[in-house]
Each structure stands twice: as structure tokens, then as C-alpha cells.
Design a protein around this ligand. Structure first.
Ligand code: PLP
Length: 232
């Protein structure tokens, strides 16, 4: 964090951005969860976020999340995996976090379900990550593969599908970014109809595009830089 800038000031600035975007689009700020993305930050950063009243903590790497939680003694908070997950790290992920936002392929669904069974976990919450921007560099399932994956999660014994997640297009063009977010919302609506599940969570929007995500219905914004400063 830069000198002279306090977490509380940054948090207030982010809250103001969220409130302003909600007001502009007829939404209540209570509909939008602010997640603190603490990847690359020390446990103290997480502690500061928790002390300020944030509950959702986002981490990209399973080992980093597990280490921070264990070595930092951080038992509080609702920790979420927002980075790609290899099947062979399923068990570690299930031990380290409270929700996995990056389920994007059948093999991972099957592995998570089986390990949840072995661990005696029931209804473990997951989000489906969809690459609606069709960016070859990004993880996430293709939109056309999402229905089969949603059905597989619904049919699983130990997983509960709560919604969808995406990463916006890396461009400053508002129209393009918003179209991507709108596509995720439409996909969610489609899957909710097809499965009968409510799928309330739309995880979209980061430091650079959270206003556009809120405009398109985001219920959870994942914010790192605006809360903690630039990553080294
Ligand atoms: C790093 C990361 C974020 C936060 O990005 P900022 O631009 O620092 O707010 C959000 N979502 C995912 C998936 C990330 O990897």
C-alpha cells in the first residue's frame, strides 16, 4: 500500500463507486457484494479487510489461500477461489476455501463431487466460470457448454450451483465490456430456466470495470487494486 493512503479511505472510495453505479441503474447497494481480492497480499491485508467489515475474500491460487488462512490464523471470512483450479488440487481447494467460482469443465465437477463425498461435505457451493468474452487466453467454459455443466453440477451429490462468474474483456470500450457482462446475465437467466435453480450470484466486475458490471446486473464485484493498491 502506498504511503499516506489508508485502507479505510480506499474502501470508502470503492463503496462510493458501487453506490453511485447502483443509483445510476436503479439498484440497491445491498444487492452487490464487495469481495476483497487478496492475491499476492500478506495476511495482514486480509485482516485489515475483515476488520473493516468485508467478509468475502478472493484468492487466485489454492496454495496461497491455504497458507494465508493457516499461517495467518485467518479463520474468519468467506474465502473464495477465483483462479483456475487443476483437478489434482481439488482436495486442497475444498479444504482451503468456502466457495469455488472457477468450475469450468466436467472433469473438475466429477472430481470435486467425489472428493466432497470423501470429505463428508454436502452442498458445497460453486459457480460456473463462463468465458463469454471468448478470449482464448482465459479460462472458463464456452457458453454453449454451460448447460451440460450446469446439469452435471445439479445432478451431482455434493455440489450446489449458486450462479456464474466471468472476467470482463480487457478493453476500455464500455460497449464491448458491457456486452460481455450482459451475455453472462442472459446465460444465467437461460440456465436458471433450464435447471429450475435460482442461480442468484453473478460474479463480474473488477477494479477497472465494476460500474459496467453493476449496470449489467452483477451481484458480486471482485476488487483487488482499488482496495489494496497496485500489485507488485
Ligand atoms: C486479480 C483478480 C481480480 C481483481 O482484479 P483488480 O483489477 O486488482 O481489482 C478479480 N478477479 C479475478 C479473477 C482476478 O484474478
Amino acid at each position: 500500500m502506498q504511503q499516506g493512503e489508508h485502507f479505510s479511505d480506499r474502501l470508502e472510495a470503492v463503496r462510493t463507486r458501487i453506490n453511485t453505479a447502483c443509483a445510476a441503474h436503479g439498484r440497491s447497494p445491498e444487492e452487490v457484494v464487495l469481495m476483497a481480492v487478496s492475491k499476492t497480499r500478506p495476511p495482514e491485508a486480509v485482516r485489515e479487510a475483515l476488520a473493516a467489515g468485508l467478509r468475502h475474500i478472493g484468492e487466485n491460487r489454492v496454495q496461497e489461500a491455504a497458507g494465508k488462512r493457516r499461517d495467518g490464523g485467518l479463520t474468519d471470512g468467506f474465502w473464495e477461489l477465483i483462479g483456475p483450479l487443476q483437478s489434482n488440487k481439488a482436495r486442497l481447494a475444498l479444504e482451503a476455501v468456502d466457495r469455488i467460482q472457477t468450475v469450468d469443465r466436467l472433469k473438475l465437477v466429477e472430481r470435486l463431487d467425489r472428493v466432497c463425498g470423501e470429505m463428508g461435505r454436502a452442498a458445497f457451493p460453486v459457480l460456473l466460470q463462463a468465458n463469454v468474452a471468448e478470449d482464448p487466453a482465459k479460462h472458463g467454459c464456452r457458453a454453449e457448454d454451460a448447460p451440460a455443466l450446469a446439469e452435471a453440477i445439479q445432478a451431482s451429490a455434493h455440489l450446489r450451483l449458486e450462479g456464474l462468474m466471468t472476467i470482463g474483456e480487457l478493453t476500455l470500450e464500455e460497449g464491448r465490456v458491457r456486452r460481455t457482462f450482459a451475455r453472462l446475465r442472459e446465460l444465467r437467466n437461460h440456465l436458471a430456466l433450464a435447471t429450475g435453480l435460482p442461480l442468484p450470484v453473478l460474479s463480474m466486475g473488477m477494479t477497472g470495470d465494476l460500474e459496467w458490471a453493476i449496470a449489467e446486473g452483477s451481484t458480486l464485484v471482485r476488487v483487488g487494486t482499488a482496495l489494496f493498491g497496485e500489485r507488485a
